[in-house]
Design a protein around this ligand. Sequence first.
Ligand code: FES
Ligand code: FES
Length: 80
Amino acid sequence: MTQEPIAAQLSPYQVDVKKGETYKWCRCGRSKNQPFCDESHEGTGITPLEFVAAADETIILCGCKETGDAPYCDGTHNIL
Ligand code: FES
Ligand code: FES
């Protein structure tokens, strides 16, 4: 049975990514290596969201896990 995501924190994470590298955003909220997956989702039925960075840049990833634009923060945390 799939469990619900939990908020890692009620604010986003600012991270530097490298063009062409693959990242796994933690969708379940249980990782100890936020905002990235550390496999703690095992048994929850939730899987991480993989994405490839389009450029060397700083991006804002969702920490509350309620965003409508995963893996990016879309401001939803402001109304939780
Ligand atoms: Fe959260 Fe993997 S630890 S999706
Ligand atoms: Fe989740 Fe902003 S931290 S929407």
